[in-house]
Design a protein around this ligand. Structure first.
Ligand code: HEC
Ligand code: HEC
Length: 308
């Protein structure tokens, strides 16, 4: 009979958080300005750089319903997770159904703090837990790119989540426990290539969102970073990508990693499947050779961990 008692506790906490959210209110309105004039940030150069950031960060695969030939970034794909089914929203600049009314600051707060313009918390199925490391420049370029895309009118679909996950306010507690906001700082003892790799893996590429095991509440186990998990975000096995010779990719050469991230071919000639195929198609295959090499250098420099 422990279950009903537990749900009641969860419910009580949820209601407490709702009360807290109502008391503190939204942090900023959507209509407020960014302090940075739009015309200045939406230059052709910034749009082009933003397109690159979009690929490096894998935004397309979640926000495009490719299976049903959906328009890029117009949302609606099915994203099944152990916590319920998500339908990532329309992020084209349509004013009614997309993010056409958003400012750069709204996007920055969504990506790096996991909060909507009206103050609501986002579910970590949107990997802001990694994007929090993004640089100001990358967020601004991404914003310029998104605002330069054609607006697509496509209404969002509500996520299908069981209780208690349906309570968005509970996310305040989740974030207090598991979310560490903060920009990527790097390691001055390491060279520029390693630091670029660390940023691509940890912030933009959000590799750990799938390759790091999670606890029962969905918080990442930082002591086992990138060591793989029997049950990834989509319920399937995700391999260990630390340089452990047996269970990780310790026997992969740097060129094996870069070739894999470019083409999807594993050293044994097999091809990447499932979620990784999307990561490669929409993401890492679009990167420069230098960026793929930086990822490889960073992965090969990790401490080897066994498992899962
Ligand atoms: C792993 C899947 C995934 C990836 C990758 C992803 N998102 Fe999302 N995104 C989501 C989900 C799910 C939500 C809805 C979260 C919620 O309702 O709490 C979301 C919400 C958003 C929102 C809020 C929209 C609104 O109407 O409130 C924005 C903006 C957004 N994402 C932009 C991006 C950008 C830009 C990228 C790439 C840097 C990106 N997302 C990458 C899954 C993803
Ligand atoms: C959306 C989840 C997801 C993300 C994000 C992700 N991966 Fe993967 N990755 C997988 C899955 C699942 C597999 C196994 C693919 C298969 O079974 O064919 C995989 C396989 C791999 C492999 C092959 C390992 C082996 O032993 O076969 C490498 C290397 C890899 N990923 C690197 C990366 C890097 C680098 C990133 C970040 C740029 C990344 N992954 C981001 C899910 C993900």
């Amino acid at each position: 009979m422990a279950r009903p008692a537990l749900s009641l506790t969860v419910l009580a906490v949820a209601l407490g958080l709702v009360a807290f959210a109502v008391a503190t209110g939204p942090r900023r309105g959507a209509a407020q300005t960014t302090g940075q004039p739009a015309a200045e940030s939406v230059t052709g150069e910034s749009v082009a750089r933003g397109g690159y950031v979009l690929h490096a960060a894998g935004c397309l695969s979640c926000h495009t319903d490719s299976k049903n030939n959906g328009e890029p970034l117009a949302g609606g794909r099915v994203l099944p997770t152990p916590f319920g089914t998500f339908y990532p929203p329309n992020i084209t600049p349509d004013r009614e159904t997309g993010i056409g009314g958003w400012t750069l600051e709204d996007l920055s707060r969504a990506l790096r703090e996991g909060r909507a313009p009206d103050g609501r918390h986002y579910y970590p199925a949107f990997p802001y837990t990694s994007y929090t490391g993004m640089t100001d420049q990358d967020v601004a370029d991404l914003w310029a790119y998104l605002m330069a895309q054609p607006p697509i009118a496509r209404a969002n679909r509500a996520h299908e989540l069981p209780l208690p996950f349906r309570f968005r306010a509970l996310l305040g507690l989740w974030k207090a426990l598991f979310f560490e906001p903060g920009r990527f700082t790097g390691d001055s003892a390491k060279d520029a290539t390693w630091n670029r790799g660390a940023y691509l893996v940890g912030a933009l590429g959000h590799c750990g969102e799938c390759h790091t095991p999670r606890n029962a509440l969905g918080g990442m186990d930082r002591s086992r970073r990138l060591a793989g998990t029997a049950k990834g975000p989509q319920g399937k096995k995700v391999p260990n990508i630390t340089p452990d010779p047996k269970e990780g990719i310790g026997d992969w050469r740097e060129s094996d990693i870069t070739f894999f991230l470019k083409t999807g071919f594993l050293p044994d000639g097999d091809v990447a499947g499932g979620a990784m195929a999307e990561v490669i198609d929409d993401g890492t295959s679009h990167l420069t050779d230098a960026d793929r090499a930086a990822i490889a250098v960073y992965l090969r420099g990790l401490d080897p961990l066994s498992g899962p």
